[in-house]
Design a binder for this molecule. Structure first.
Ligand SMILES: CSCCC(=O)C(=O)COP(=O)(O)O
Ligand SMILES: [Mg+2]
Length: 229
């Protein structure tokens, strides 16, 4: 029996184009000025020190770290420091009404249905927990954060690492076999499956022929009650 559902965001609840064409450019345009202005203040000072540790450059200047962050953005590196900075910068965009967090239309009704069935809902994204709360707090459908019982980001581990899913199961206090993980990326689902999670792959665009996971086009095709124990 499925007791909890853990969902990815990009490509699962929300269009990858919203993340790559709206969120990422918004942060990229503001990142250098933001880091320069905030480098000695918290939380940016600590985030920059964490980045110095991450790249093993303890004496790197803010200007050098900005170059590192641009290289990370170019390769879509899921760096915890980059994700923390992006999340802080995105806050202004949400609060000012520059954009709302995209949700596929099938997502909210199904999350409400699962919650009403007694299934606890969680988010796991490489975006920081703060960024996740912003996307769902300022979503196309308004603030839907009341639906979620918790959020996980790269602090629990990388999404393609088996140990990350073991850590999530431990924190939820549930057997992995009672947790359903939803994602569009088969390497993430492979890791979750190896940890004992049940898995379903969202195919919002083209099929992923390399995947062996059960594939669905929409949340409305997911029936947790029909997944055998
Ligand atoms: C919280 S929305 C922004 C998501 C993000 O920054 C990202 O890199 C997407 O990573 P994911 O692991 O959700 O594919
Ligand atoms: Mg995804």
């Amino acid at each position: 029996m499925i007791r909890a559902i853990v969902t990815d965001i990009e490509g699962t609840t929300s269009d990858i184009r919203f993340v790559h064409n709206v969120l990422f450019p918004y942060a990229r345009e503001r990142l250098a000025a933001f880091v320069t202005a905030e480098q000695y203040k918290e939380p940016v000072s600590t985030i920059l020190n964490n980045l110095r540790d991450e790249v093993a450059q303890p004496d790197a200047s803010a200007a050098e770290l900005i170059d590192v962050l641009f290289a990370f953005m170019d390769e879509d590196r899921k760096s915890t420091a980059l994700k923390a900075l992006q999340g802080i910068i995105w806050r202004d965009g949400y609060v000012n009404g520059d954009f709302t967090g995209h949700l596929y239309p099938d997502v909210l009704p199904q999350l409400e249905k699962w919650k009403a069935q007694g299934i606890d809902l969680y988010v796991y994204s490489s975006g920081s927990v703060a960024a996740q709360k912003l996307l769902f707090g300022y979503s196309d459908e308004g603030d839907i954060t009341h639906l979620f019982s918790g959020y996980f980001d790269t602090l629990v581990g990388a999404k393609r690492e088996v140990q990350s899913y073991r850590n999530i199961a431990t924190q939820l206090g549930l057997p992995p076999s009672s947790i359903l993980f939803l994602s569009d990326i088969h390497q993430e689902l492979d890791a979750a499956e190896e940890a004992g999670f049940r898995t379903i792959q969202l195919i919002r665009g083209d099929d992923d022929a390399a995947s062996h996971h059960h594939q669905v086009p929409s949340f409305s095709n997911i029936k947790p009650e029909q997944i055998p124990s």
